[in-house]
Design a protein around this ligand. Structure first.
Ligand code: ATP
Ligand code: MG
Length: 394
C-alpha cells in the first residue's frame, strides 16, 4: 500500500494523519462499505506518476465506476458507462421519464479525459484512470482551467480530446487542425454527481472553456423524430452521433451514425485479429436496427449493405495485401507537442507494453511532430500464417 507524500498529506488532509486513515476514508468517499472496499482492493492497479503513487480501477467492477482513482488521499470518480439504444422510438421513452425534457448534445469522437486538481496540480486521467502525462501537459496550452479550479476545487472537468493529431483516437473535425479539448460534463470529483446540463453549459461558457455542441432541448415524446433528423445531418458530415441527457445530467443515452459504424468496422477489419468479434458484431446489429427503424426501401437498404460490405471487405483486403507484400500492420498516429511532452508520451506508451515504431519525426514551429505506429502482433502473425497455408479446423 502506498503513502501519499508526507507534506502533501499535511497540506490537504488535516483529518487524515496517516495512510491507515486514508484507507478508512477512501471507502466512505466512495460511498461503499468497508468490506466492499476490501473486495475491490485486488482489482486496483498500482501506478506512479512522477513520484506520486496512485491506484485505479481499470475495468468495470460492481460498486464503483471503471476508471476510479485513489490518489493522495482523494478519490477521482470514473466517468460512467453511457448506455446505448438501438432503436430511438422505443429506447428513449424506456430510458427517460415520460414528462422529462432532454438535452441532445453531439457525441464527439476522440478520447475521454477527466481533469481534476490535486495538490495544486491539474492532472488529466484517461478513461481507465491512468494519469496521461501527454494530455496533462498538452491541456495547459489548450485550455486555461486555473480560475475554474480556483472557484471550484472539487470539480471534475470531463470532456473529449478530439482532432487528427491524437495518440489514441484520431478523427477530423472542421476547424481542428491538431488536437482540441471539448467539455461535455462537470461532475463532483468525489461523488461523481453531475451539474444540471444548463448550469454546466453556463459555467463553462463563463470560464471560457470550449464545449461540445448542444443541438436542442426537447420533450421525450418528440425526441425520436428530431434526433433522427440530427443523426442524418451528422451522418452526412461523417460525425459520430449524439448523447441524450436528462436536464439534471444524471441519465445518459447514446445513439450513433451509420458513418461512424462504418468507419469503426473499416478500422476493425484493417486489424482483424486485434479487434474482438463482439466489437464487430455489435456494430453490424446497429445497422440492422437502423435500416428497419428508418423504414428504408429495398434500394436504400441495399446501398447500406453495400457500404457495410465495403467497410469490412475492402479494409480486410488491404490488410492482407499489406502483410503479403512483407509490410507491417499497425495503428498509425501523429502527434504534435514539445520535445518533453513527446518524450513522456512514448515513455508512457512503452511502459504499457506497446511496441512503438517511429516512422516520421521532425520539428515545426518549435514543436516536435512524430508519426508512429503501434504494432499489432495478432493481425500480422495470424494473417501471415493463413497466407502461408495454415489449415483451419472449423
Ligand atoms: P465507455 O462507455 O466505456 O467509455 P465506449 O467506447 O463504449 O466506452 P463511447 O461509445 O465512445 O464509449 O461512448 C461514451 C463516450 O462518449 C464517453 O465516455 C465520452 O468519452 C464520449 N463523449 C463524446 N461526446 C460526449 C458528450 N457530449 N457527452 C458525454 N460523453 C461524450
Ligand atoms: Mg468514444
Amino acid at each position: 500500500m502506498e503513502h501519499p507524500d508526507d507534506t502533501e498529506t499535511n497540506n490537504e488532509t488535516e483529518t487524515k494523519p496517516d495512510a491507515d486513515t486514508d484507507e478508512t476514508t477512501y471507502h466512505s468517499q466512495l460511498g461503499i462499505g468497508k468490506s466492499a472496499f476490501e473486495g475491490l482492493e485486488p482489482h486496483f492497479e498500482h501506478r506512479n506518476y512522477e513520484g506520486l503513487e496512485y491506484r485505479h480501477v481499470p475495468d468495470y467492477r460492481r460498486g464503483v465506476e471503471r476508471g476510479t482513482v485513489l490518489i493522495d488521499g482523494k478519490v477521482v470518480r470514473g466517468f460512467p458507462k453511457v448506455p446505448r439504444t438501438l432503436v430511438l422510438k422505443t429506447g428513449i421513452p424506456t430510458q427517460f421519464d415520460r414528462n422529462e425534457r432532454i438535452a441532445v448534445e453531439e457525441k464527439l469522437n476522440g478520447y475521454n479525459v477527466r481533469i481534476a486538481q490535486l495538490g495544486g496540480e491539474q492532472l488529466a486521467f484517461t478513461r481507465s484512470g491512468m494519469v496521461c502525462p501527454f494530455t496533462t501537459r498538452l491541456l495547459r496550452r489548450l485550455v486555461d482551467l486555473a480560475d475554474l479550479f480556483e472557484a471550484h476545487p472539487q470539480a471534475m472537468v470531463c470532456g473529449e480530446m478530439i482532432g487528427p493529431e491524437n495518440p489514441y483516437t484520431a478523427h477530423e473535425y472542421p476547424g481542428v487542425d491538431s488536437i482540441a479539448f471539448r467539455a461535455f460534463d462537470w461532475r463532483d470529483r468525489e461523488s461523481g454527481d453531475p451539474l444540471p446540463v444548463q448550469e454546466r453549459r453556463e459555467r463553462y461558457e463563463a470560464f471560457g472553456v470550449p464545449q461540445t455542441p448542444l443541438f436542442e432541448i426537447v420533450d421525450v415524446d418528440n425526441a425520436a423524430a428530431s434526433v433522427q433528423e440530427i443523426i442524418r445531418e451528422l451522418d452526412a458530415e461523417n460525425r459520430e452521433g449524439v448523447i441524450l441527457k436528462s436536464l439534471d445530467g444524471n441519465t445518459l443515452l447514446k445513439y450513433t451514425t451509420s458513418a461512424s459504424t462504418n468507419s469503426d468496422l473499416a478500422y476493425a477489419f484493417s486489424l482483424p485479429f486485434d479487434y474482438g468479434q463482439a466489437f464487430m458484431f455489435r456494430r453490424l446489429l446497429r445497422e440492422g436496427f437502423q435500416t428497419v427503424e428508418w423504414d428504408e426501401d429495398d434500394e436504400d437498404a441495399r446501398e447500406r449493405a453495400h457500404e457495410v460490405g465495403e467497410s469490412i471487405l475492402c479494409s480486410m483486403r488491404e490488410a492482407i495485401q499489406t502483410v503479403e507484400d512483407g509490410d507491417t500492420l499497425g495503428e498509425r498516429h501523429t502527434v504534435r507537442a514539445s520535445d518533453e511532452t513527446i518524450d513522456v508520451l512514448f515513455e508512457h506508451l512503452r511502459g504499457q507494453g506497446l511496441n512503438i515504431d517511429i516512422e516520421d519525426d521532425y520539428h515545426e514551429d518549435g514543436d516536435r511532430v512524430v508519426t508512429f505506429c503501434k504494432r499489432t502482433p495478432s493481425s500480422n502473425d495470424t494473417i501471415r500464417n493463413y497466407l502461408d497455408g495454415h489449415i483451419v479446423s472449423e
